[in-house]
Design a protein around this ligand. Structure first.
Ligand SMILES: *[C@@H]1O[C@H](CO)[C@@H](O)[C@H](O)[C@H]1NC(C)=O
Ligand SMILES: *[C@@H]1O[C@H](CO)[C@@H](O)[C@H](O)[C@H]1NC(C)=O
Ligand SMILES: *[C@@H]1O[C@H](CO)[C@@H](O)[C@H](O)[C@H]1NC(C)=O
Ligand SMILES: *[C@@H]1O[C@H](CO)[C@@H](O)[C@H](O)[C@H]1NC(C)=O
Ligand SMILES: *[C@@H]1O[C@H](CO)[C@@H](O)[C@H](O)[C@H]1NC(C)=O
Ligand SMILES: *[C@@H]1O[C@H](CO)[C@@H](O)[C@H](O)[C@H]1NC(C)=O
Ligand SMILES: *[C@@H]1O[C@H](CO)[C@@H](O)[C@H](O)[C@H]1NC(C)=O
Ligand SMILES: *[C@@H]1O[C@H](CO)[C@@H](O)[C@H](O)[C@H]1NC(C)=O
Ligand SMILES: *[C@@H]1O[C@H](CO)[C@@H](O)[C@H](O)[C@H]1NC(C)=O
Ligand SMILES: *[C@@H]1O[C@H](CO)[C@@H](O)[C@H](O)[C@H]1NC(C)=O
Ligand SMILES: *[C@@H]1O[C@H](CO)[C@@H](O)[C@H](O)[C@H]1NC(C)=O
Ligand SMILES: *[C@@H]1O[C@H](CO)[C@@H](O)[C@H](O)[C@H]1NC(C)=O
Length: 730
C-alpha cells in the first residue's frame, strides 16, 4: 500500500494545535488508523479505512494491502482530507468514540423519534414509509459526534451508514475512490464551527425571496372539494383567497399539487388541464395581482403516453425495467445531456406563464435504480433551479423538495414529506426539522396539520391542527394544505381554529425580519434557523443532547411545541440566562408572565391559543410587516419594522445582526444596559428609507416595568436612550 501525508506546513500548524496525529507510521500489522490525540487521549479515532468487493465484505487497509493509495493532509487547521483509491469496488471507514458519545446527522428522518442515530443502519437514500412521516428524505453523507468532530464523505455514489454498534460509526460507498473530511471543532464544543466547515466544503442555502417563508396555502387536489359557487380548480384558489381576506389572514404564495395537467397521472404534457384551469395565464396573473406567488408540482417521472414519455422512449432516456402504467412511472436518466436539456426546455412552459417555483416531488419511489437516487435527484434539482434562475434571477423564486442530498441545499428548500395527521406526526416533524437543520437544510417546513390521514381520521383534529399551526409559525417556512375536507373555515372546523390560523399566520409574517436575518446567517455559515439545543448550548450537552421536541429558533427564542394532546408539557430551560413567555408578553402588555431561570426542567401549560415560546433576557427581536402580499383589505397598508427589545439588568450588552434585503447587508443593532440606563444603537440602516416609511420604522418596543413602551428611533440611525426603573426579569 502507498500512504502519503501531504502538506507539511499545514501538518506543523495542525500538530501545534493537537498533541499528536498518527498514521505517520504504518503499523506492521492490523488496520492503518488515522488518530488525532489531544491531552493524551484519542480525540478522533478513525480506526480503520475499509475496502472490499461487496458492501458486506469490507476489511481494513493494512500495511500488507496491495493496490491501495491512502493520503491524508490537513486542508487547514481544522480539516483533514483523506483520499483513498484502490482497485476494489467499495470504500469506507470506521470511527469509534467514547461510550457516552452519540452521532447525529446523515438523514432528516427521526428513526424511533430520535434526534441522534443510535441503532440506525441504512443506505443514504430516501427513507420511504415509516412511523410518523412517510418520505422524510433530506440527507447528506455527514455526521457529527458529541465527541466534538464531524465527518463529511464527498460523494453522490450510493452508500450506507451503520450506527448499530455502540459508539461506532461505519460507512461504505459504492466506489473505488473516495474522499472524506474529518472536521475538528475550532474550539471545544463548537459544533457550529463543524457545520460551518462542512457547509463550506459542500454548499450552503441560497437567500430565498421573502415570500418563501409563507404562509403558503396549497391544494392537494383541487379537482374536487368545491364549495358554494366554485366549479373548477381555478375558482377554488379564489375561494381560499376570499376566506383569507375575510378573516384578514396573511399569506404569500400558493401552489398546485398534482393533478393540474393533462395526460396519465396529470403530469408530462407540460400544460394545465383546461377542465380545471381554463385560463392558466390569466389565473396566474390574477393570483399575482392578489398578492400571491404560484408554484407547481414537478417530478422526474414519465407516465405512459405523455409527451415526456413519448420523447423519452424515442430517445432511450428512461431507466429500463420500470412499469410506466404504474403510478410510479420510470424516471429519465438525466445524466444523458439530451434528456436533461429536453426536460429543462419543456419546464420553461411554466415559468413563461409566471410560475415562481417548483414543488419537487419523488425521486425515491422506485422510478430509477436505487443507486442512482442521489445522482438523479441532484441533477433534477439543478435542472429545476436553472429553469427558475433563467426566468426570474437568483433569489426571486422558491422551490422545495422532499428528496434532496447534500449540495442540493443550494438548489432547493425542503418540506419533510408526508407527515401523519396525528400527534406522532407532529412530534416526528419537529425532530425532523431539527435533523434537517443539523444537515444545513435551513429552509424547511412541514405540512401544517399533517398529510396522511391515520387511524380512520379523515381530517386532523382541531387540537392537532391548532398545535401544528403554532409550530409552523416558528418554522422557517409555514405551509398549509387546504382542500379535500381539510380547510379551516369549513366544517368540521370551528371559527376558533380560524382565529388560531389568523394569529399564527400573522405572527409568522411579523417574524419575517427575524427569520430572514437568521436565514441570511445560514447562507453565510450553514447554521440553520431551527437549532437543536446542543448546537446553541454545547456546555450543557448531557442535559440537552437527546431533546428533539424543543429547539432554539434563531438564537433568541426557545420553542417547545405541544406535541401531545393536552395542555401541559415539560420544558428544559437551557443556559445561564432567564427566559420569559413571548406569546403572553406580546399579547398582553399589562401583565408580566412568569420568568424561568436556565438550567431546569419545569412543567408549563399552554392552551391551544398559545404555545410555549420563550425569549431570552437581553434579546433584540426585529419584527414588522415588510410586504403587503394579500393584505389588500388594508387600504392604508404601509411597511414597517420594529425592534422589540427585552433589556435586563443582568445583560450589559447584546446585539442583533439585522439583514436588510434592500442593501443586501447586515446592520448591527446593539443594546447596552448600564444601571437603569438602556441605550440602543442603530449601526446605520442605510438605504432602508428607499423602501419604507422612515417615520414608522424602528419603533423600539421596550419592555420596562411591566409595560411596553414605544420609542421612535432617530431618522437615519443613531442611538436612543431610556430609563429602566425596574425589570420584568427580577
Ligand atoms: C488489486 O491489486 C492487487 C495487486 O496490485 C491484487 O493483489 C488484488 O487482487 C487486486 N484486487 C482486486 C479486487 O482486483
Ligand atoms: C438499541 O438496540 C439495543 C439492542 O436491540 C437496545 O437494547 C437499545 O435499547 C436500543 N437503543 C435505543 C436508543 O433504541
Ligand atoms: C405511510 O407509511 C405507513 C408505514 O408507516 C404505511 O403503512 C402507509 O401505507 C403509508 N401511507 C401512504 C399513504 O403511503
Ligand atoms: C448493500 O447493498 C444492498 C443493496 O444492494 C443494501 O440493501 C444493503 O443495505 C447494503 N448493505 C450495506 C452494509 O451497505
Ligand atoms: C453499485 O453500483 C453499480 C452501478 O455502478 C450497481 O450496478 C450496483 O448494484 C451497486 N451496488 C450496490 C450494492 O449498491
Ligand atoms: C398516529 O397514527 C399511527 C398510525 O395509525 C399510530 O401508530 C400512532 O400510535 C398514532 N399516534 C398517536 C399519538 O395517536
Ligand atoms: C378503522 O375502522 C375499521 C372499520 O370501522 C375498524 O375495523 C378499525 O379497527 C379502525 N382502525 C382504527 C385504528 O381505529
Ligand atoms: C392581561 O392580563 C391582566 C392581568 O392578568 C388581565 O386582567 C387582562 O384581562 C389581560 N388582558 C388581556 C387582553 O388578556
Ligand atoms: C411534569 O408533570 C408530569 C405529570 O404530572 C410529572 O410526571 C413530571 O414529573 C413533571 N415534571 C416536572 C419537571 O415537574
Ligand atoms: C448579496 O450579496 C452577496 C454577497 O454577500 C451576493 O453573493 C449576492 O448575490 C447578493 N444578492 C443580491 C440579491 O444582490
Ligand atoms: C443614567 O442616566 C442618567 C441621566 O442621563 C445619569 O444621570 C446617570 O448618571 C446615568 N447612570 C449611569 C449608571 O450611567
Ligand atoms: C410616511 O408617513 C408619513 C406620516 O404618516 C406620511 O405623511 C408620508 O406620506 C409617508 N411616506 C411614505 C413614503 O409613505
Amino acid at each position: 500500500m502507498k500512504l502519503r501525508i501531504l502538506n507539511s506546513a499545514a501538518i506543523a500548524a495542525f500538530l501545534s494545535l493537537f498533541n499528536s496525529a498518527t498514521a505517520t507510521t504504518i503499523p506492521a500489522t492490523g488496520p492503518v488508523p488515522i488518530r488525532i490525540t489531544s491531552g493524551g487521549e484519542a480525540f478522533v479515532n478513525n480506526n480503520a479505512v475499509l475496502i472490499g468487493n461487496t458492501n458486506t465484505t469490507l476489511t481494513p487497509i493494512t500495511a500488507s494491502t496491495k493496490g491501495v493509495t491512502l493520503t491524508w493532509q490537513p486542508l487547514k487547521h481544522h480539516v483533514i482530507k483523506v483520499e483513498v483509491s484502490s482497485n476494489y469496488s467499495f470504500t469506507g471507514a470506521q470511527f469509534t468514540v467514547p461510550s457516552s458519545d452519540k452521532f447525529f446527522g446523515v438523514w432528516e428522518y427521526p428513526f424511533h423519534g430520535q434526534l441522534d442515530n443510535t441503532n440506525v443502519s441504512l443506505q443514504l437514500l430516501g427513507v420511504g414509509n415509516d412511523e410518523g412521516i412517510n418520505w422524510s428524505n433530506a440527507r447528506a453523507p455527514f455526521f457529527i459526534s458529541t465527541a466534538g468532530y464531524g465527518v463529511y464523505v464527498d460523494t453522490l455514489e450510493m452508500g450506507a451508514f451503520d450506527f448499530t454498534t455502540p459508539n461506532m460509526a461505519t460507512f461504505n460507498f459504492n466506489t473505488s475512490s473516495l474522499t472524506y473530511y474529518i472536521i475538528l471543532p475550532e474550539k471545544e464544543g463548537s459544533f457550529k464551527s463543524v457545520i460551518r466547515e462542512y457547509t463550506e466544503l459542500s454548499a450552503r442555502i441560497e437567500m430565498p425571496p421573502d415570500s418563501a417563508y409563507g404562509p403558503n396555502f396549497w391544494s392537494d387536489d383541487f379537482t374536487q372539494d368545491f364549495h358554494g359557487n366554485v366549479s373548477n380548480a381555478q375558482e377554488n384558489y379564489f375561494d381560499v383567497i376570499n376566506h383569507l381576506a375575510e378573516n384578514q389572514i396573511r399569506a404569500t404564495s400558493m401552489f398546485a399539487d398534482r393533478p393540474y395537467g393533462t395526460g396519465n397521472s396529470s403530469f408530462g404534457n407540460f400544460d394545465f388541464n383546461p377542465k380545471f384551469y381554463p385560463t392558466p395565464a390569466k389565473f396566474i396573473s390574477d393570483l399575482a395581482s392578489a398578492g400571491f406567488d404560484f408554484q407547481v408540482w414537478v417530478a422526474n417521472r414519465a407516465f405512459l403516453y405523455t409527451e415526456l414519455f413519448n420523447a423519452s422512449v424515442a430517445n432511450g432516456w428512461l431507466f429500463p425495467g420500470i412499469d410506466p402504467v404504474q403510478f410510479q412511472g420510470p424516471a429519465l436518466n438525466l445524466s444523458i445531456p439530451a434528456a436533461y436539456d429536453y426536460f429543462k426546455s419543456h419546464l420553461k412552459y411554466f415559468t413563461d406563464l409566471g410560475v415562481k417555483g417548483f414543488k419537487i416531488d419523488r425521486g425515491e419511489e422506485s422510478e430509477m435504480p436505487f443507486y442512482e437516487q442521489n445522482i438523479q435527484m441532484t441533477l433534477f434539482e439543478k435542472l429545476c433551479h436553472e429553469v427558475m434562475i433563467e426566468a426570474w434571477g437568483l433569489g426571486n423564486y422558491y422551490s422545495f423538495a422532499r428528496s434532496a442530498v447534500d449540495r442540493a441545499r443550494s438548489l432547493t428548500g425542503i418540506w419533510n414529506g408526508d407527515s401523519h395527521a396525528n400527534f406522532t406526526g407532529l412530534q416526528y416533524s419537529v425532530t425532523s426539522g431539527l435533523r434537517a437543520g443539523i444537515l444545513g437544510f435551513s429552509m424547511w417546513g412541514s405540512d401544517t396539520g399533517g398529510y396522511i390521514r391515520v387511524a380512520n381520521q379523515t381530517v386532523p383534529t382541531e387540537e392537532l391542527w391548532a398545535r401544528w399551526m403554532w409550530f409552523s409559525a416558528f418554522s422557517p417556512v409555514f405551509e398549509v394544505m387546504v382542500g379535500t375536507g381539510h380547510t379551516p373555515w369549513y366544517a368540521p372546523y370551528t371559527s376558533s381554529l380560524v382565529e388560531i390560523l389568523k394569529t399564527t399566520a400573522n405572527l409568522h409574517v411579523s417574524l419575517v425580519p427575524y427569520i430572514r436575518s437568521y436565514t441570511y446567517q445560514a447562507t453565510k455559515t450553514g447554521i440553520p434557523v431551527m437549532r437543536a439545543l446542543w448546537l446553541e448550548y454545547p456546555d450543557e450537552l448531557d442535559a440537552v443532547k437527546d431533546i428533539g421536541d424543543q429547539y432554539i429558533f434563531g438564537s433568541e427564542f426557545l420553542v417547545a411545541p405541544m406535541v401531545t394532546t393536552g395542555n401541559s408539557r415539560e420544558v428544559y430551560f437551557p443556559g445561564s440566562t432567564k427566559w420569559i413567555n413571548y406569546i403572553s408578553l406580546t399579547s398582553n402588555t399589562t401583565s408580566i408572565p412568569q420568568v424561568y431561570a436556565g438550567g431546569q426542567t419545569t412543567n408549563v401549560t399552554a392552551s391551544v391559543e398559545e404555545m410555549p415560546v420563550y425569549v431570552k433576557e437581553g434579546a433584540i427581536i426585529p419584527t414588522g410587516d415588510l410586504h403587503q402580499n394579500n393584505a389588500k383589505w388594508d387600504a392604508n397598508w404601509k411597511p414597517y419594522l420594529n425592534f422589540e427589545v427585552f433589556p435586563s439588568f443582568d445583560v450589559e450588552c447584546s446585539s442583533f445582526s439585522y439583514y436588510s434585503r434592500e442593501t443586501n447587508k447586515t446592520v448591527e443593532i446593539e443594546m447596552k444596559v448600564d444601571g437603569g440606563n438602556v441605550t440602543i444603537t442603530n449601526g446605520g440602516f442605510g438605504g432602508l428609507d428607499k423602501v419604507w416609511n422612515v417615520t414608522s420604522i424602528g419603533e423600539y418596543w421596550v419592555y420596562v416595568a411591566g409595560t411596553i413602551q414605544r420609542v421612535a428611533i432617530p431618522e437615519g440611525g443613531g442611538a436612543v436612550s431610556m430609563r429602566m426603573e425596574s425589570s420584568a426579569w427580577e
